[in-house]
Design a protein. Structure first.
Length: 291
């Protein structure tokens, strides 16, 4: 049981975390802050938070648990804003979709207080954003990746693991580098492809007509293109090095298909398609893994 959650960012991810803690009986009080006062007020009206804080610093005053549910690009400034009230009794976690940049930001901002920060990435979310869509079951049966570094206190890692497990999450621990490489491949690149596909259609004179003919396959493939633009802008830029590596792999795969199609080499084309089909058929979705 935590006495107080200091919630910085009262949108979908942060709001869902607060509601999940409340439903599980793991927190007595939630003090929340968002950059937009109207968001903080709405979070209180919906019962997501109990008290509105006028600043990030005051949101963590008296807290023994702090959640950063802010864009990854805002990690450093947020941690600097609350640093003066951080104490050894606190557990600080985040929900950022990239981890190396978050860890680097925490090193710069927290310095000797780095041991209290446990970087986390819940593999959960929706195409809709905002506190109105907060769901106490958002993290249930979902993976949460924890990426500690050498300066992260093991007791804090254990505490964070127990916390996420209490919310029904499946905890996986890996390094920030491993995390960013993996998610460039299975999450960040697919999002970029979905954005590119929709922009490609939107830029064509007949694009609207084509979209009216699209069926369930297109719907499923393009679903993630409706994701939060600001969040994904930050994610793609933050993980651009690993994303670049995955882009090279994709370009080689596309070029191979393009060459076989252009040359009419049906048997070889079928073999590549069969390889992809076999790989997809034998893949099994773990709880919370990116689809």
């Amino acid at each position: 049981m935590f006495e107080q959650l200091g919630l910085i960012g009262c949108g979908l991810m942060g709001g869902s975390f607060a509601l999940a803690l409340k439903r599980a009986g793991l927190v007595r009080r939630v003090v929340g802050y968002s950059k937009s006062p109207s968001t903080t007020e709405r979070a209180r009206q919906l019962g997501v938070i109990d008290v509105e804080a006028p600043s990030a610093l005051l949101a963590v005053s008296g807290a023994d648990l702090v959640m950063l549910a802010v864009p990854v690009a805002a990690t450093e400034s947020t941690l600097k804003a609350i640093r003066h009230l951080i104490n050894p009794g606190m557990l600080i976690v985040d929900v950022g979709s990239t981890k190396r940049d978050v860890v680097d930001a925490a090193r710069r901002a927290l310095k000797q207080d780095m041991e209290m920060f446990v970087p986390c990435h819940p593999i959960a979310g929706r195409e809709v954003s905002g506190v109105e869509n907060a769901d106490p079951r958002l993290y249930h049966d979902r993976q949460v990746i924890i990426t500690p570094i050498e300066r992260t206190a093991q007791a804090k890692v254990d505490q964070a693991s127990q916390l996420w497990k209490a919310l029904g999450s499946d905890v996986v621990i890996m390094s920030p580098q491993e995390h960013d490489a993996a998610f460039a491949a299975v999450s960040h690149l697919p999002h970029m492809l979905a954005f590119a596909l929709m922009n490609s259609l939107a830029s064509q004179p007949e694009g609207d007509k084509y979209l009216k003919l699209a069926g369930p396959g297109f719907r499923d493939f393009s679903r993630i293109a409706a994701s939060d633009p600001k969040m994904w802008r930050d994610v793609l830029i933050a993980n651009r090095e690993e994303l670049g590596v995955q882009m090279q792999h994709l370009q080689r795969a596309l070029s191979a298909l393009d060459k076989l199609i252009a040359e009419g080499r049906a048997d070889e084309l079928e073999r590549l398609i069969n390889r992809a089909s076999h790989a997809r058929a034998n893949w099994r979705l773990r709880p919370g893994a990116p689809a």
